[in-house]
Design a protein around this ligand. Structure first.
Ligand code: MG
Ligand code: MG
Length: 247
């Protein structure tokens, strides 16, 4: 899908709201806070900016953000019973709609002091996202993005989740085509100015295998090791990639 300048301008506005959710939830993360408290922070930003939530009620999802601690990869449901502790890591996935256009982003952060191993996982996962963003340029192929993500993650000894991937984004949060975070064996379509994608590597310390919990949402690493998740919504412009959700 090619988005025109007016559409990109609306997505920029949605991205700004998402960036504010990132900043405010990040500032709120500390030992003792619950993931439901973090959801309230995001809900308040959406309310103040007269945005709508693209997560709430998405296929029945009951909250404004996804909160996935430690060995949970994605799609965790905020809960008053999930209290963050010193040394945890927490992945927060968030989004917003402005004037019918969507933004979507995610990040992982440590709670208080975390281990060097956990810090390294977070840093490598974020670096893998930016390596992918760097090749989001007109004329490159869609699957080159994931190839770059995979290179960074695997060079650090980690694995990239295969089952959950990025996506085009616009008037719906999840549009076709998908954006794998690995080389799927074919180059994929050429990238064009006006394409907007949410790139979202999920990087595991151990194997890429996943397990879905009985709540129908929470996705865990199969081996119980840590996972991190970073995401931005990015427009391909004449001047290169524009990260719409950047705080
Ligand atoms: Mg997301
Ligand atoms: Mg996404």
């Amino acid at each position: 899908m090619i988005r025109n300048k007016e559409e990109i301008a609306k997505m920029r506005k949605a991205g700004k709201v998402v960036a504010e959710i990132i900043e405010k939830t990040r500032a709120a993360v500390r030992p003792g806070i619950t993931t439901l408290d973090l959801d309230a922070v995001a809900r308040q930003v959406i309310h103040e900016r007269s945005a709508r939530s693209n997560f709430l009620n998405y296929h029945g999802f009951p909250a404004t953000i996804c909160t996935s601690p430690n060995d949970m990869i994605v799609h965790g449901i905020p809960s008053s019973g999930c209290v963050l502790s010193e040394g945890d890591i927490i992945s927060i996935d968030c989004g917003a709609i402005i004037e019918g256009y969507h933004g979507d982003a995610a990040y992982t952060v440590g709670v208080g002091e975390i281990s060097k191993a956990a810090q390294r996982l977070i840093e490598v996962t974020e670096a893998s996202l930016w390596a992918g963003i760097e090749v989001m340029r007109e004329g490159n192929r869609l699957h080159e993005i994931g190839r770059e993500v995979q290179k960074v993650a695997e060079a650090a000894g980690y694995s990239v989740v295969r089952k959950y991937v990025g996506h085009a984004i616009g008037t719906a949060m999840h549009e076709e085509p998908q954006v794998p975070n690995y080389w799927p064996g074919t180059p994929g379509p050429k990238l064009k100015v006006g394409n907007v994608y949410a790139l979202e590597p999920m990087v595991n310390v151990g194997t890429p295998d996943t397990i879905e919990l009985d709540d129908g949402w929470s996705v865990m690493t199969a081996d119980g090791q840590l996972s991190a998740h970073f995401e931005h919504s990015i427009a391909i412009t004449e001047d290169g990639p524009e990260v719409l959700t950047r705080p």
